[in-house]
Unconditional design. Structure first.
Ligand code: GAR
Length: 222
């Protein structure tokens, strides 16, 4: 499998890069991105995809008259086959709609090597910790359990690992002694909503075009 990251083309306000935003939950990140894009940007949310029928993010897309797709997990008992079939359906939508960049925004499924091989360099994720610390699905819980006094969020390109791809930007958030998962999550989300649109601006304006030379270094926003 190629290890090369192929980034999307440079967008313009007249011809913005077409984003597919993948969500699984409430979609507060999607909402803030749509708000940001109400001023013309070099990227635009062309469609929203969720595997969850009742995902709040699908309602946000509907309210904003953005194309949306509920793509349920197929009922196939073999997990690998099921994941492949699910991603094939998604890939078809992405092709039909000329999508140029996949934006994971609270999408709680791991993308398989099959889909990554088609999109490597053109799938970006936001994770609610300062990677490489606290990867995985329970970042806030793990930060609190470790007694860390600092957390934050990270935007990174998606590779074949879990939360391991090249880091494009980070923001820090203090952890308070009396924080709960919810209070920490709320504070981190405020930073996520500022960071993600700005990093998308950079991706879609060619800022990271020398990424492959700098693959081992981090483009930290901190
Ligand atoms: C966000 O905090 C995002 O960083 C996190 O899910 C939340 C989605 O919130 N993503 C992950 O944990 C991915 N592993 P939202 O649905 O309100 O945008």
């Amino acid at each position: 499998m190629s290890s090369e990251f192929i980034l999307p083309r440079v967008g313009t306000k007249d011809n913005p890069v077409r984003l597919a935003v993948f969500i699984s939950g409430g979609g507060s990140g999607l909402k803030s991105l749509i708000e940001y894009q109400k001023t013309p940007r070099v990227h635009i949310t062309s469609l929203v995809i969720s595997e969850k029928r009742n995902a709040g993010g699908l309602k946000i897309a509907e309210k904003n008259e953005i194309l949306r797709f509920h793509v349920p997990l197929p009922t196939i008992s073999d997990k690998t086959e099921m994941r492949l079939e699910h991603e094939k359906q998604i890939q078809q939508i992405l092709e039909n709609e000329n999508i140029e960049l996949i934006v994971l925004s609270g999408y709680m499924r791991i993308i398989s090597p099959w889909l990554i091989s088609k999109w490597k360099g053109r799938i970006v994720n936001i994770h609610p910790s300062l990677l490489p610390n606290f990867p995985g699905a329970h970042a806030h819980r793990d930060v609190l359990a470790a007694g860390s006094n600092i957390s934050g969020c990270t935007v990174h390109l998606v590779d074949e690992g879990v939360d391991t791809g090249p880091i494009l930007g980070q923001s820090r958030v203090d952890v308070h002694p009396d924080d709960s998962i919810k209070s920490l999550q709320d504070r981190v989300k405020i930073e996520e909503h500022k960071l993600y649109p700005k990093i998308l601006d950079k991706i879609c304006s060619g800022f990271y075009f020398n990424l492959n030379q700098k693959i081992d270094s981090h483009f930290s926003e901190v």
